[in-house]
Design a protein around this ligand. Structure first.
Ligand code: NAP
Length: 235
């Protein structure tokens, strides 16, 4: 029996997205890796896994780029088993109420972190319907938990991830009719460009936990907000 799955991962050129891509390639799966910019690490994976890695250019901020990407994806694969909406940004605003708020920057963060995953999921739907696993994983953040917010500030990033969580809840209700599981996850505080060098865990540690937990998810978990190890996070 063929256990090869088709994963689509956004923001695959660095950080957690690159980690997911490398992990699933090493497991023998087929990956649609979308990226706005190239990276030498992603190019090296293409050299190592030429028949399993499909590279697709996609800027998640641009609707036309998402549309063109899916034209290319649809001509390359028949289905998607697992979509991982990973691409995200923190934004340049270190917003606190006493500093000047950069509203334009926050709008870009909201578009990237909240609206793009919704649009990408809509484009991916016909391919997910033909998949076997039928999972959508949004890489959210505990900073989007309203209950967990004890330090304040970070208005753009926090609100964008809370919005992603709300969007996922609606998606989960609609997609349950298609037997598609839709989840939001916190990857941990991870040593990437976003998380910084002092973050608590390496990308490899995050990916090991995330991938094991994603494997365990079933339709019973749909709509939930989970730690990388599977514990529920309060909204
Ligand atoms: P990262 O190292 O900064 O990587 C961000 C990725 O998102 C890059 O591949 C980047 O591509 C991509 N991206 C951003 N804007 C894009 C756009 N408009 N179009 C296409 N790709 C775009 O961050 P990371 O730590 O790997 O974060 C991955 C996800 O985890 C994010 O959703 C983040 O919010 C979440 N997260 C991370 C942490 C952490 O501690 N690291 C904690 C909680 C949640 P470019 O190279 O083209 O910019």
């Amino acid at each position: 029996m063929d256990h090869t799955k088709t994963y689509m991962i956004t923001g695959a050129n660095r950080g957690i997205g690159l980690g997911f891509t490398r992990h699933y390639l090493q497991q023998g799966h087929r990956i649609i890796a979308t990226h706005r910019n190239d990276s030498k690490e992603l190019m090296a994976l293409q050299t190592e896994f030429p028949s399993h890695l499909i590279l697709i250019t996609m800027d998640v901020l641009l609707a036309a780029s998402i549309q063109q990407a899916f034209t290319n994806i649809t001509s390359a694969v028949t289905h998607i088993d697992v979509l991982i909406n990973n691409a995200g940004r923190y934004g340049s605003d270190q917003a606190t109420i006493t500093k000047k708020l950069d509203i334009e920057d926050m709008a870009i963060t909201f578009r990237t972190n909240s609206l793009a995953p919704l649009l990408i999921t809509q484009y991916a739907l016909p391919l997910l319907q033909k998949g076997n696993d039928k999972k959508v994983i949004h890489v959210s953040s505990k900073m989007g938990s309203i209950t967990d917010n004890t330090s304040g500030g970070a208005y753009g990033y926090r609100a964008s991830k809370s919005a992603l969580n709300a969007i996922n809840k609606s998606l989960s209700v609609e997609l349950a009719k298609e037997n598609i599981t839709s989840i939001v996850m916190h990857p941990g505080w991870v040593q990437t460009d976003m998380g910084g060098k002092n973050a608590a865990i390496t990308t490899d540690e995050a990916i090991q936990d995330l991938t094991q937990t994603i494997d365990r998810f079933t339709i019973e978990h749909t709509g939930g907000f989970f730690e990388r190890t599977g514990e529920t996070i309060p909204w």
